[in-house]
Structure formats: C-alpha cells, structure tokens
Design a protein around this ligand. Structure first.
Ligand code: 5BU
Length: 465
C-alpha cells in the first residue's frame, strides 16, 4: 500500500514533529516522535494495523504481543482485525519475576509476532522477546511502524529476529518533503542528526568473564570460586543427596574432576562421623573444588553462630560456603560472619527458591540484594533463579536444574542449564538427581558440565544493548 497517507497523517496529528526538542538524555533534537498519539485516532490506528498485518505472512505466527506500552493499542487492533489471539507482557514484574510476566492464553512452542511502534536500538523489543522466550514462545519476527535506522534492525537480526517496518524515518522525511510539508533544509538537518546519533547507539555491553570477576570480588571465597571455574572450565555444582557415607564419598570422587562446588546436606548422612569430613576435605584438595554446606540458616544471630561452629557438624571448620535465609534480618549475616573470623568463608543469601508456590516476593528478593551490597566482605552471592544484580562481585547459584525432567511430585521445578545460564544469566548450576539418578552418572556429570559451560561461553560473546 502507498506510504503517503499514513506518514502524512502521523505528521498532521503531531505524532512526528519538527523543531527543537530536549530529549530525556539532554540532547537537543530537531525531530520528536510520539506514536502513542495514534491510539487517539481510531481510523489511523485501523489503517496502521491493517498495513502491519499485510507486512507479515500470517503463516509465520500464532499469537501477537505488543511491546508495552506504546504498541499495546496497535497489537490489540491487529488482533481484532485478524482474529489472531493477543497476549500481554507485564512490564513491572520483569526485574525479579516470580509473578506471571506473560498474561493470556498460549502454549509453549507457539510462535509470537512482536509489535512495536518505533525501533531505535532494538533493546525494548529484545527485552519483550526474552520474557516471551522464557515463557516458552518462539520469536522470529517483529512488525513495527517506523525504523529510525540506528542499528536496531541489525541488532535484532543477530538475535534471530526479522524486522518488518512500514517505513524508515528517511522515507517519511522524503515523503513529507515531496508533499511540501518540510523544507529540504529541515530534512537535511534531521538526516545529519540521525547520522550522528547512529554512532552512539547501540553500545557494546561487555559481559565480564569469571576470571575478570575473580579480580573484582570482595569476598575471598567468591574470588577463589570464579578463578577455579575458569581454570577447570566448569560452572557445575553437584549435590550427592544420599544417606550413606560410603556412597557419598564414592560419588564425590567420581564427579570431583568436573565440578567447581560440591554441595552437601551433611545432616542427611545416617552414618556420619568425623571421617566423612576428613575424606571430603582430601577429595576437595585432590579435585580442586569448594565445599558448600546447604544449611539454610534461619535463626537469630546468637543461635546461628552456635549452629555454624558447634554441635555435631562444626560446619564453619570445613565448609567454604554456607547459606542463610534473610527473614530474621541482618543479624543472621553478622552472627555467621563473626563466628568464623579467621577463615576464608563465604555466605550465599537465599533470594529465590526453585520450588512451586515458593513465598519469595520481588520485594524480598530485592532486600537480599541490598543486604549483600551492605555485607560484601562476607556475602559472596545468592541462591536464586535468575540474575539479580549487575554487580560482578556476586555469584548467582541456581538449583532446580535437570536436562530431562520438568520437576518432581513434591514441588521441585527444573530448568535446563542453557536456560539458567544463558537466558536467566546466573553463574552456577546446581544439579542433584539429574546426575545422581542417571543411568551413567559419570557420563551425565560431563554432559551437565559441558551444557553449563557452553551456555556461559555463548553469553560471553559481545552483546549489544
Ligand atoms: P535436585 O536433585 O537437583 O532436585 O536437588 C536440588 C538441590 O538443591 C537439593 O539439594 C535442594 O536442597 C537444593 N535446593 C533446591 O532444589 N531449590 C532451592 O530453591 C534451594 C535449594 Br534454596
């Protein structure tokens, strides 16, 4: 269809303005585009949504999703005209989402067409695509009204998303000039401005390697862990949750060469005695891994001090890492820290859990991040289901990982190593039964190591924001 009517109407309703405008970034711009105005002009909205529907082959998508909020009305209009179902992405819950991020009816494996009004760097579309992919949807195409031609289309192409734009911004300028709405001087001014902007976006966002993060970490155990992950090429932690010490130690010896962390529940062992600890420490030395007692402390400072250093297990003597709930407040961190003053020890805060119906809320998770920042000498990171902070000092460790199962009968929920490290951007996968119950555990441990490591390496490739 002819581009004239739409671009002219966008100009007439003031969705594209020329003059001098101060942008959020402080930059003076000769052009201002606000396509949200389209929602107030139903005829134009209809015309645009029809044009967008014609732009993309209907065979290539099953559902529609508009990037919030600018494109919600456009996606809705397209849904009404085509009969294609719509889903909605919530913007607010994206940071630490235990809540439903995608609303509506859809099935894993369905193809979703993303709708947007304007593309600059492509970051907004990518953010929406990531959430949709996390929900199991496939994203291959995005349709939008205006491409500012500032690198967004190429950026998305690299991520496997084809962009279908009704117009490029230079095409609109040309049209308006031909229609006598703009002088050639203004067109030139805007084109020069766009050209200068191009060099500024998109920027490179470099992801730090584990060894770079070893340099930055403020907790000594986090430093050791990052360094040994890089050295052994593994981001796999294993938990041999078995009750016999003989079986436990045999398993540890078997998986030792492939793991960075051995996670224990020492109180599961029915025949525990001190020899377990002596042998475990020898194996940690032999295979170069750290020991993490998954004790999940949850009491007041004074009691956790005793639980950490005394009793049957003397955890602080042998476990490089332990973890704690933050429910009692910062006293639990201070209590544990003061209990092992002369040793290199690290604490992980429980910020999210993998189990179904877990009561962790985004606010609680955010508090864990805040407490970690305030105690970064002792707190080395989090037990979580997704990356919680860009602060490179903190390790994100994720349980609930399995290559073949989606969960157990009593609430465990599993994700793949690729999803956890690649999509959720955490650092360490914690695997138990995926290896323990495999037909061939020594083959399985290498499979998990490789999957986790490959996902990390893929993430390291320079990403554009
Ligand atoms: P699995 O066999 O891979 O399901 O074992 C998971 C381990 O991780 C097990 O030792 C749990 O105690 C631990 N875990 C978990 O599964 N989910 C969580 O949110 C936390 C710990 Br915290």
């Amino acid at each position: 269809m002819s581009s004239t009517p739409i671009s002219l109407k966008l100009f007439e309703i003031g969705a594209i303005k020329f003059g001098s405008f101060k942008l959020k970034s402080g930059i003076e711009s000769p052009i201002y585009i606000d396509l949200r105005l389209i929602a107030s002009y139903p005829e134009l909205l209809k015309q645009i949504s029809q044009a967008l529907l014609q732009k993309v082959n209907r065979e290539t998508y099953d559902v529609l999703c508009g990037v919030p909020y600018g494109a919600l009305s456009i996606a809705t209009a397209m849904s009404l005209q085509s009969g294609c179902p719509l889903i909605i992405r919530r913007k607010e819950t994206k940071s630490y989402g235990t809540k439903q991020v995608i609303e509506g009816v859809y099935q894993s494996g369905q193809r979703c067409l993303i709708i947007e009004d304007l593309i600059t760097s492509g970051a907004s579309i990518l953010e929406t695509a990531k959430d949709l992919q996390t929900a199991g949807l496939k994203i291959t195409d995005a349709a939008l009204i205006i491409d500012r031609q500032q690198g967004g289309v190429q950026h998305l192409q690299k991520e496997g998303i084809r962009v279908h734009a009704l117009f490029t911004l230079p095409e609109i300028l040309q049209e308006l000039e031909q229609q006598g709405k703009l002088s050639s001087d203004v067109v030139q001014e805007v084109l020069t401005f766009l050209e200068n902007q191009k060099t500024q976006v998109p920027q490179q966002k470099r992801i730090l390697s584990y060894s770079e993060r070893a340099q930055l970490a403020t907790n000594p155990v986090a430093k050791k862990l990052f360094a040994l992950m890089e050295e052994k090429e593994t981001n796999l932690a294993f938990n041999p949750d078995v009750s016999s010490k003989e079986k436990f130690l045999k398993l540890v010896d078997l998986v030792g060469p492939f793991i960075c962390v051995l996670k224990t529940h020492i109180d599961i062992l029915e025949d525990f005695d001190e020899s377990v600890i002596i042998e475990l420490q020898k194996l940690a030395e032999k295979h170069n891994f750290l020991i993490f007692e998954d004790r999940k402390f949850a009491d007041i400072g004074t009691i956790v001090q005793m639980q950490y250093c005394q009793g049957m297990y003397h955890i602080a003597d042998w476990a490089d890492i332990t973890n704690a709930h933050i429910l009692p407040g910062p006293g639990i961190i201070e209590g544990l820290k003061s209990a092992a003053p002369n040793k290199d020890r690290g604490l992980l805060l429980l910020a999210q859990m993998s189990s179904k119906g877990s009561l962790f809320t985004p606010e609680y998770t955010a508090q864990a991040v805040k407490l970690a920042e305030e105690h970064s000498d002792f707190v080395m990171g989090f037990i979580c289901q997704q990356k919680l902070t860009d602060d490179p000092r903190f390790v994100h460790m994720t349980p609930g990982v399995h290559l073949a199962s989606s969960g157990d009968a009593i609430g465990q929920q599993y994700n793949s190593p690729e999803f956890v490290i690649g999509t959720k951007e955490t650092d360490v996968i914690i695997v138990g039964r995926g290896i323990l119950q495999a037909d061939n555990p020594s083959e399985a441990v290498e499979r998990y190591r490789k999957a986790g490591w490959q996902a990390y390496q893929q993430r390291l490739e320079p990403a554009l924001i």
